[in-house]
Design a protein around this ligand. Sequence first.
Ligand code: SAH
Length: 257
Amino acid sequence: MKYITLISILIVLSCIFYSYLPFMNFKGKDSIADGKNTKLTEEDYARERKKMVEQQIMARGVKDKKILDAMEKVPRHMFVPEGYRRYSYYDQPLPIGLGQTISQPYIVALMTEMLDVDNEDTVLEIGTGSGYQAAVLSTIAKEVYTIEIIEALGLRAEESLRNLGYENVNVKISDGSLGWPDKGPFDAIIVTAAAEKIPDPLISQLKPGGRMVIPVNNTFYSQDLLIVEKDDAGNIDAKKTIPVRFVPLVEGEKVTK
Ligand code: SAH
């Protein structure tokens, strides 16, 4: 009985800790961004980005050259709000306003690798957020369609993407759990918010032979990152990969203005 109480307390404490994690300003080891008063230049950011790829992404086993190149090329700091910009290349998610977060760089790279897309593929993303994941995908895929439910975030992401010249990304403000029927079916679908279950419209908008990467809630207050494959006959096979933590996918909701 005592053990059960102790374990329950530990679980509650770790849940509290993990929910605050994205909002903590961690100090990355030997990061130039540590010196609070120095203004970082584009060269500093490029150096931080290179280090991020080596120490956080390659070191954890992501090997695909086109993904490593994309992570080294896309200026993550341009998708992060001013106040957090210097922490852009730290090994953690960061707040982007309105209670939402930009995912940890490694998770962006890993999910992109799992999607397994090339320059002939059309990809649908649910949960535009900052637009960073869409920018990474746009350097690899032919066309990216991305849907955001919070209007202010969607508009800001669209502007960042346009200013940086990511022309093959299309942003829509809507409930992404319904997909984007008139642009589908898609070669690949990536969901960057936590779903209760895989939304049916997304399954029907996936091409036969296509794949979806989606975090789905488990019983441990986190999610299982699933790789969902649709075979040529339209059958679905879902495989669990690692546990992750995403903000929730709000389904059947109106756009937040
Ligand atoms: N991919 C983003 C991070 C995603 S955070 C990036 O690279 O920055 C998850 C986002 O999903 C949030 O912005 C949230 O508003 C959005 N979201 C939640 N439910 C949604 C829904 N039903 N449709 C579209 N977007 C949704």
